[in-house]
Design a binder for this molecule. Structure first.
Ligand code: FAD
Length: 296
């Protein structure tokens, strides 16, 4: 028997106050997919986001795609933030890209070490995100707002939680303005991370990353790779829907709404959604949270 879920009635909250919203895309691989992303942007833009970001394949594998997607976003009149992964790129290639972005009117960069696509050899990554933040500051001064990644559940490469926090502190020390976390489904991971950041004197805003689940196998595969924990009870609940995508979407929307409500109540400064280029669950959660979406 498939399980069902019923959404409780929610009061409408007026706007998101000072909370910052942002949505992440990957570069579409074709013109029809780019056109479809334009429609996704229109739906998500109703929530009043601060920016839309676009991922970057380390090793330069999506350099053109990221730049073209950012150009399209800017042409739609929204703020766009390219991700920039240091990967195996040379300093010169990164400086060129920074200049191009500046000419295009980009004001925010998500600065990452990145993971090289399989087959390119992880050993070719010789720098980390701290170096990239330093290079951006060295080349462009304070022009860009720099976001970096944070890992409440600890990055898989880290020797320990303490060592991971030291690397995070170093990125902030190098000039990052704020951070976006890897996604997590247990809010206590974020609370604990925020406590540890506070104790270490790290005071930049840290925005929780929120990952909708529409495909259980896909999320389990990706989570195993990036070190995100999908709790057993959540896996069991999702398995109970037997692949019924409508039911999974309804359940995920409710679960993520509660997660976001708790994070906001605990002081999260905003939310960053990993949209996977879809608007459904992200927009529905934002609507539940009162971010200016009136229809269904
Ligand atoms: P870093 O901060 O440099 O390092 C991550 C961790 O590795 C550190 O916390 C530390 O524990 C360890 N480490 C780093 N340097 C050393 C060292 N010298 N010695 C020992 N340990 C070290 N990937 C992409 O390819 N493209 C994207 O667009 C992209 N966007 C992302 C957006 C967000 C918000 C997040 C959270 C992740 C994103 N990623 C992306 C994934 C990210 O690139 C990977 O998690 C990568 O493995 C680490 O990148 P980082 O910038 O966090 O690296």
């Amino acid at each position: 028997m498939n399980e069902t879920t019923t959404a409780p009635a929610r009061p409408t909250r007026q706007g998101g106050g000072d909370l910052r919203l942002s949505f992440e895309f990957f570069p579409p691989r074709s013109e029809p997919a780019m056109n479809s992303l334009t429609r996704v942007v229109a739906r998500l833009n109703e929530t009043g986001p601060a920016f839309f970001s676009c991922t970057y394949g380390a090793g330069g594998s999506t350099r053109d795609g990221t730049r073209e997607t950012v150009a399209r976003l800017l042409s739609l009149g929204v703020n766009a933030a390219p991700h920039l992964s240091i990967g195996a790129d040379s300093q010169g290639a990164i400086f060129d890209l920074l200049d191009r972005y500046r000419e295009m009117g980009v004001k925010r960069i998500v600065a990452l070490r990145g993971d090289l696509p399989s087959g390119m050899g992880a050993g070719r990554i010789v720098h980390n995100a701290e170096s990239l933040v330093r290079w951006i500051r060295e080349h462009s001064g304070d022009y860009f707002h720099i976001e970096v990644a944070a890992y409440p559940e600890v990055h898989p490469d880290a020797a320990s939680a303490a060592a991971d926090l030291e690397f995070f502190a170093a990125k902030v020390g190098a000039g990052a303005n704020s951070a976006i976390t890897q996604y997590f489904y247990n809010p206590h991971a974020y609370y604990d991370f925020m406590d540890r950041c506070g104790a270490a004197g790290i005071d930049v805003p840290i925005y929780p990353g929120i990952m909708p689940i529409t495909n259980l196998e896909g999320i389990l595969r990706f989570s195993a790779k990036c070190g995100a924990d999908v709790p057993r009870w959540l896996v069991k609940r999702l398995e109970g829907f037997g692949g019924d995508e409508t039911a999974i979407r309804a359940f995920t929307t409710e679960y993520l709404t509660r997660l976001c409500e708790e994070l906001i109540a605990a002081g999260a400064p905003g939310l960053h959604f990993y949209t996977l280029n879809r608007w459904g669950v992200s927009r529905a959660v934002c609507k539940n949270l009162g971010f200016g979406v009136s229809d269904t």
